[in-house]
Write a protein that binds this ligand. Structure first.
Ligand code: S3P
Length: 171
């Protein structure tokens, strides 16, 4: 089993889909942001505040090297900027969770923990800037992806079963 790497914009539901996929498959799951937070023993938001985005990107690079060398049979959910790692193709099959920007923001705002979800993501603090970032990234995500799952207007369960079907066909 190759690794599956979930990429996509902040708030698209990578964590929720990953949790559903592992319920229905033999994959184990890890999350690049969780790895960074435990390595640093601080929240992503605090890392950005105390050391800046560039430092955070260095930590993502370290994680990407470790994933390439040491991780197999795993569903890896990633932060929205992790796709820039130059070795990402060597880590596994890349699955993009795709959604229009407005649907992402609606999904976050309707969540019971909306305030927390927005607060923990420094790059969502200014929605106009976040939309600009989305517009830059979306074509790059599409170019990189081996598999695309459109997650807008679908349940987490449906996204997960579509993902597993597409991955099984792909390998
Ligand atoms: C980021 C996305 C975040 C987190 C960090 C930077 C980005 O993860 O890695 O705040 O550059 O898009 P999520 O995509 O899980 O929100």
């Amino acid at each position: 089993m190759k690794n599956i790497i979930l990429i996509g914009f902040m708030g698209v539901g990578k964590g929720s889909v990953a949790r559903e996929v592992i319920k229905n498959s033999k994959y184990m799951a890890i999350d690049t942001d969780d790895l960074i937070e435990s390595m640093e023993n601080r929240r992503i938001k605090t890392i950005f505040e105390q050391d800046g985005e560039e430092y955070f990107r260095k930590l993502e690079k370290n994680v990407s090297k470790w994933l390439e060398k040491s991780v197999q049979n795993t569903l890896i959910s990633t932060g929205g900027g992790f796709y820039k790692q130059t070795n990402i193709k060597k880590i596994g099959i890349i699955v993009l969770l795709d959604s229009p920007f407005d649907a992402i923001i609606k999904r976050i705002k309707e969540h019971p923990n909306a305030a927390k979800k927005l607060k923990k993501r420094p790059l969502l603090a200014d929605l106009e800037k976040a939309k600009e970032l989305y517009d830059v990234r979306r074509p790059e995500y599409l170019k990189l992806a081996d598999i695309i799952v459109d997650v807008s207007a679908k349940s987490v369960e449906d996204c997960s079963s579509e993902l597993l079907k597409k991955v099984n066909k792909y390998v």
